[in-house]
Design a binder for this molecule. Structure first.
Ligand SMILES: *[C@@H]1O[C@H](CO)[C@@H](O)[C@H](O)[C@H]1NC(C)=O
Ligand SMILES: *[C@@H]1O[C@H](CO)[C@@H](O)[C@H](O)[C@H]1NC(C)=O
Ligand SMILES: *[C@@H]1O[C@H](CO)[C@@H](O)[C@H](O)[C@H]1NC(C)=O
Length: 188
């Protein structure tokens, strides 16, 4: 009588495991980050007069635009390259711990959306290495957007995760600050 009992237990266990996953296919597995880092980066946009200070520049524009002012039609076709200081707090004057280097371009003609590709480059005592980011930015619909952290080097060797990007401040058309909340789900 012992063996059937353990069989029954085994099969009830099996059912217990299988039924919920097929009955609730939408229930997502919970993931927890292995590392969480927060940085700010500061972008000073070229406006025709601040060449000495600007940390970003329009390098490509559609025929109806120019390289000084973002184009009509939701900036569609503008490509911006940046090399911005990265700080640990939201103060523009804090000592940078690295640089945010890369580009974004506007890619919809009837609303504001952009596509971002950039790296954080660190050579400081706190962090040494790079973190690489890629993703779409649906500017109008969300206050925050998640982009992919596709990899890293140095201290961030083989790291992957998600970065939540949030506008932290805007001053006129010249300065904006982004908060980047990085959650790594793969650490080495
Ligand atoms: C650069 O920025 C500093 C500090 O904001 C300001 O004092 C200076 O006038 C700026 N220079 C130019 C050329 O915009
Ligand atoms: C760029 O375009 C803007 C808006 O159309 C215009 O005001 C400005 O004069 C243009 N600048 C140059 C350098 O062509
Ligand atoms: C960063 O890492 C590189 C390569 O491992 C090393 O040569 C360099 O000295 C490190 N820099 C700092 C500031 O730790």
């Amino acid at each position: 009588m012992k063996e059937p009992t353990s069989f029954v237990i085994f099969f009830s266990f099996l059912l217990f495991c299988l039924v919920p996953s097929s009955a609730y296919p939408d229930v997502k597995k919970q993931h927890y980050p292995c590392k969480n880092l927060v940085f700010y980066f500061h972008d000073v946009i070229y406006n025709g007069k601040n060449a000495a200070n600007a940390t970003s520049a329009i390098v490509g524009a559609p025929k109806w635009g120019n390289l000084t002012i973002l184009a009509d039609k939701f900036h569609f076709g503008d490509i911006v390259v940046f090399n911005d200081p990265v700080t640990l707090d939201n103060n523009f004057h804090s000592t940078p711990v690295g640089r945010a280097q890369g580009m974004y371009f506007y890619d919809t003609k009837n609303t504001y959306t952009a596509w971002l590709g950039f790296s954080f480059v660190f050579h400081s005592a706190e962090h040494n290495g790079t973190i690489n980011f890629i993703g779409a930015d649906p500017i109008t619909t969300l206050k925050t957007k998640d982009i992919s952290v596709v990899g890293g080097t140095g201290d961030f060797f083989m790291h992957r995760g998600i970065a939540t990007i949030m506008g932290d401040a805007v001053e006129g058309n010249v300065y904006f600050r982004l908060r980047v909340d990085i959650k790594f789900y793969e650490c080495w």
